[in-house]
Structure formats: C-alpha cells, structure tokens
Write a protein that binds this ligand. Structure first.
Ligand code: ING
Length: 310
C-alpha cells in the first residue's frame, strides 16, 4: 500500500484585474480546506496565478511579460510556499515562466512537503495560433507567447512514487502519457484552461468539450496504468467561459472524483500508487507486448505522409 490523499483544487475564474496576491490567498484557502480534509498533496490548474491571458492579442512585450514570473518562488508567491511547508503539504501548480535568458514557457512545478521544487515541466504542445485571427470569436495565442517546452516529459521520485507533469493541450496527445509511461510513471498531474466553446466551430459546446477532456485523460491513465489528476481553471473570465470538469482518474481509467461546479472546488481522494502495478504487469507490461519496429512513424514523421501507392 502506498496510499496518500490527493486534493484536486479546481479554481474558478481569475479576472484580468485580479492581483497575484488575491489569487494566492484563494489558493491558500483551498489548501487549508485540503488540509482539513486530510490531503497530503494539492494540485492546482495551468496558469494558476493569472487570468488565461493568451486569449488577448498583445504587441507590446512589456504587456506580455506582465503575466510572467521571473522567480519561483518570489515575494508574491512565497506565502504559498511558506504556508504549504507549514502544513507539510506537497503541491503542484502552473504559471507563466520568464527565464533569465528571456525565454517564455507555460510551466508547471511539483513542490514537495519540505518546500523543494522536485519536478518542473514546460508545456510541449501549444495550441492555437501566433497572429490575430479575425475569424475567431476569441483568440488563443499560446504559440505567440510561449516557446514549446525544452525539458521533454521528465518523471521524478517523490511521495514514495514516480510522478510526472503535463499541461492542458498535452493531455490530448497520447505521446505525452506514453513517454512518461515508458519511464514508469505512477501519477501524472496536469492543469488546464479550456474555453467552453470552440472559437472556430460554433456547433461544439461545453458537453463535447467535457467529453473530450475526460476521454483523453481516462485513455492516458488506462493505457499507461497510471493515476491522472486533471484540474481546471473554470468559470467566466472577463466574459470568456472556461469549463470545469476537474477529475481524478485511477490507473484503470475510471473517474473516481469529478468537479460539479465551475468555481473553486476541492476533490479529495485517497490514491494508492500500488493500484498501478497490476496493469503494468499484465495488459501494459510494455517490454512484453510492444513491437517498436512498427512504430517508427511516430518519431520520424511530424505530419501525415500518404504512402506512395495510396
Ligand atoms: N487549452 C485548450 C486545451 O487543449 C483547446 C486548447 C481549446 C483545445 C479548444 C481544443 C479546443 O484544452 C489549452 N490551454 O491548451
């Protein structure tokens, strides 16, 4: 038994004018509630410190950099780190990272109970576009404001198990889970900020969005026999709706807890990392079943290449 209690801390909307301090106090409130409910580890969303600013077209780099953190922890985020340490609570959360070299990433970290950053990840799959697109009901400019992550999909040992991170759009790509699965991952934590409606396809509403979001996390969990914790930033941010649907998915791909609101909401569930063992020893015992000589297209091709004789 390698049991511990996870709190998926879904966050409601963060408005453009909300200060980092206001957000940090909301995160601390959720952490206190998680502590009361016996959680050892709290998981916050993608870009948890600010509104989802990639929905706005900006040209002035100073306007863009306003949304980024140059230090982690910093004066503004230290209270969160100190509070977690005082409670002996591990945590993971996402933020916009501006490195000393001036590089911009959509980043997530895992901080252990002693306050050390034990895991760091920079979002690899950036959705959306780089220039203003007048055809869209709202912009999605992650390709404009972030570079693709340069850390790969690392795993790290903490809480007596093997953990990994990914972020939002990453959850839609099977490669994300498999690369971590091939490193023995037992729990993947991810945050997301997903618009309720498609800016290009008016027929796609929140139900379809929610279906796809759960589908990909359940598949990733099952196909790699790992826990997946998916945590939304939800609600209406300055008129732009994001959907919730945060989930805790077990290594069988079953949703064991799901958010029912679009606000700040805590899901607490006891997770046993040993629940990953059966799948890794049977159906997804990769070394016994995978035939990699037939998989070469997956890393040798970016896009579709029709066979010559097709
Ligand atoms: N958000 C979305 C996501 O992958 C998106 C991007 C929007 C995908 C709409 C599909 C449809 O959940 C982020 N931040 O990646």
């Amino acid at each position: 038994m390698r049991n511990f209690s996870v709190a998926a801390a879904q966050m409601g909307p963060i408005q453009k004018n909300d200060s980092r301090e206001t957000v940090i106090s909301r995160m601390i409130e959720l952490m206190d509630q998680a502590q009361k409910e016996g959680a050892d580890f709290i998981v916050y969303p993608e870009l948890a410190l600010t509104t989802f600013f990639p929905r706005y077209y900006m040209e002035d780099q100073n306007d863009v950099d306003f949304w980024f953190e140059t230090d982690m922890p910093s004066k503004k985020t230290n209270p969160l780190f100190e509070h977690a340490k005082s409670l002996g609570m591990a945590m993971s959360f996402g933020y916009a990272e501006l490195t000393p070299e001036g590089r911009h990433f959509n980043t997530s970290i895992h901080v252990d109970k002693t306050g050390s950053i034990v895991g760091k990840y920079r979002k690899v799959h950036l959705p959306g576009h780089t220039e203003f697109d007048p055809k869209r009901t709202h912009q999605h400019l992650e390709k404009r404001y972030f570079e693709p992550g340069d850390l790969g999909f690392p795993v790290y040992r903490t809480l007596d198990g093997i953990f990994g991170l990914c972020i939002c759009n990453d959850r839609r790509w099977p490669e994300t889970y498999r690369v971590m699965g091939l490193q023995g991952v037992e729990m993947i934590t991810l945050g997301y900020n997903t618009p309720s409606t498609n800016s290009q396809k008016s027929t796609e509403g929140p139900e379809k969005r929610m279906f796809h979001s759960s589908l990909v996390m359940q598949a990733g969990a099952y196909q790699n026999s790992t826990w997946v914790i998916g945590v939304a930033k939800a609600g209406i941010e300055d008129g732009h709706p994001l959907f919730g649907g945060s989930v805790i998915v077990n290594p069988d791909g079953e949703i064991v807890a799901q958010a029912s609101t679009d606000g700040d909401e805590l899901l607490v569930h006891s997770c046993d990392l040993d629940d990953t063992v059966f799948g890794k020893k049977t159906m997804f015992d990769f070394v016994r079943h995978r035939q990699i000589k037939h998989y070469t297209r997956i890393t040798s091709q970016v896009g579709v290449e029709l066979p010559k004789d097709l």
